[in-house]
Design a protein around this ligand. Structure first.
Ligand code: NAD
Length: 336
C-alpha cells in the first residue's frame, strides 16, 4: 500500500487526490496548498490532514508517493521547488504537465530523480486509455508495419487572458508531442508556423512539422481558438501495412489494414468504459501507483519525467522556429 500526498489543490490536484482514494494500492494521507482556503477545503473533503507548506507535510507524513499539481507562470513554473522537495524527502513523484516552462528546471528535476533513484512520472494522461493501448498493440503486433507518418491534432477553447505569448504551445502540446513520440520515437527536427487569432495577443493556433529519428514524418495542429469542438483530439499513425486512428483519447480506435477491406474498431463500452475526461487521470495515476507498488525501476515508468522533458524540448524547438519564421530547428540544438 502506497501512502500518497498531493501538493497543489486546484482542480487538477483534486483529481489526483480523488484518484488516490479510488486506487486499491494507495492511501491518501495528506494534501497541501499555499492557499489556506484551498488547503482546508481539500483536507475536509478527503478527511486528511492539510498543510500550507510542502516541506512541513513531507516531514510530518513521509509519504511514499507525492503528486505535484501546482501551476504558476505558463501553467508550470511552480512545479520545480515542490518536486525537488518531494524527491529529496524520498518520495516517488507524479508531476503535472508540462514538466516545467523552463527546460533548465525540467532537467534539474529529471536529474535529481535519477540521482536519488526515485520514480518520476508526468501526468501525460491523454494516452492512458484503453483505445490508445489498443492502437499501441496493433503497432506492436506489426499491423501497421514500417512507420510512414503521424498526424495529430488537439483543439480546445481557452479564451481567458494568458500570461505568455507561447502559453498555448507550452501548456497544451506536451500531451500531443508525447503521444507522437509514443508511437514514432524521438523527434529529430521541427518547423513551426503559428497564428494569433482575432483578438489574441498570444500564438493561439499552431502547425508543427516534424521529422522523427526513425525517418517517419509527422504533423501536429493545435488550437485554443475553437469555441467547442467534437471531437477534440485525433491521432492518425500510418505504416506500409496499415493505418490507425484513435479519436478523443478513449472514445474510439480504428485500424485500417492495408491488405483487407475490413477495418477493426475499438469502441469505448457503455458499461465499464471511460465515463469522461476524469477517467484519463484515474487511469494514468493508478498506472503510476501500480508500477511503484510492483517495484518498477525508475527507467521503467510509463510517461516518465524524461518523456515530459523530451516533449518540452520539441515544443521549445517549435517556439524557436516561430521566432525564425518557420526555420527548421534540430531538437538536439535545444538545451535550455
Ligand atoms: N493533465 C491534464 O490534462 C491537465 C489539465 C489541466 C491542467 N493541467 C496541469 O495541472 C496543473 C494544475 O492546474 P490547476 O488548474 O489545478 O492549477 P491552479 O493554479 O488552479 O492550482 C495550482 C495550486 O497550486 C498551489 N501551489 C503552487 N505552488 C505551491 C507550493 N509550492 N506548495 C503548495 N501549493 C502550491 C497554488 O496555490 C494553487 O492553488 C498545471 O500544471 C496544469 O498545466 C493538466
Amino acid at each position: 500500500m502506497q501512502r500518497t500526498c498531493v501538493i497543489g489543490m486546484g482542480p487538477i490536484g483534486n483529481n489526483h487526490a480523488t484518484a488516490y482514494t479510488q486506487c486499491e494500492c494507495a492511501e491518501l494521507v495528506g494534501v497541501c496548498d499555499k492557499n489556506p482556503e484551498r488547503a482546508k477545503k481539500a483536507g475536509e473533503k478527503y478527511g486528511v490532514p492539510y498543510f500550507l507548506d510542502a516541506q512541513q507535510m513531507l516531514d510530518a507524513l513521509k509519504p511514499d508517493i507525492c503528486s505535484v499539481a501546482t501551476g504558476g507562470y505558463e501553467y508550470s513554473s511552480d512545479h520545480c521547488e515542490p518536486t525537488l522537495q518531494a524527491l529529496e524527502a524520498g518520495c516517488h513523484v507524479l508531476g503535472e504537465k508540462p514538466i516545467s516552462n523552463s527546460l533548465k528546471d525540467a532537467k534539474l528535476m529529471v536529474d535529481t530523480a535519477e540521482r536519488l533513484g526515485r520514480c518520476y512520472g508526468i501526468d501525460l494522461n491523454h494516452r492512458f486509455t484503453p483505445a490508445a493501448r489498443q492502437a499501441k498493440k496493433w503497432q506492436d503486433d506489426g499491423r501497421i508495419g514500417e512507420l510512414l507518418f503521424c498526424n495529430m491534432a488537439l483543439w480546445i477553447g481557452k479564451f481567458m487572458p494568458l500570461d505568455s505569448v507561447f502559453y498555448h504551445l507550452k501548456a497544451l502540446n506536451p500531451h500531443s508531442v508525447n503521444i507522437m513520440q509514443y508511437f514514432c520515437g524521438p523527434v529529430k527536427e521541427v518547423s513551426c508556423f503559428a497564428m494569433k487569432a482575432s483578438g489574441r495577443d498570444i500564438y493561439s493556433t499552431s502547425s508543427i512539422n516534424m521529422r522523427f529519428e526513425c525517418g517517419a514524418v509527422g504533423h501536429l495542429t493545435s488550437s485554443y481558438d475553437i469555441k467547442r469542438g467534437h471531437p477534440m483530439e485525433r491521432c492518425e499513425v500510418a505504416g506500409v501495412d496499415g493505418r490507425f486512428i484513435f479519436e478523443d483519447m478513449w472514445r474510439e480506435a480504428v485500424l485500417y489494414p492495408a491488405d483487407s477491406w475490413v477495418k477493426e474498431v475499438y469502441t469505448n463500452p457503455v458499461f465499464d468504459g471511460f465515463a469522461g475526461f476524469y477517467d484519463t487521470f484515474k487511469d494514468r495515476i493508478h498506472t503510476f501507483v501500480r508500477q511503484v507498488e510492483a517495484g518498477a525501476r525508475p527507467e521503467e515508468i510509463d510517461g516518465s519525467g524524461k518523456e515530459g522533458l523530451e516533449a518540452s524540448r520539441v515544443i521549445h524547438a517549435a517556439i524557436q522556429s516561430i521566432k525564425e519564421n518557420g526555420a527548421v530547428i534540430q531538437v538536439s540544438s535545444i538545451t535550455e
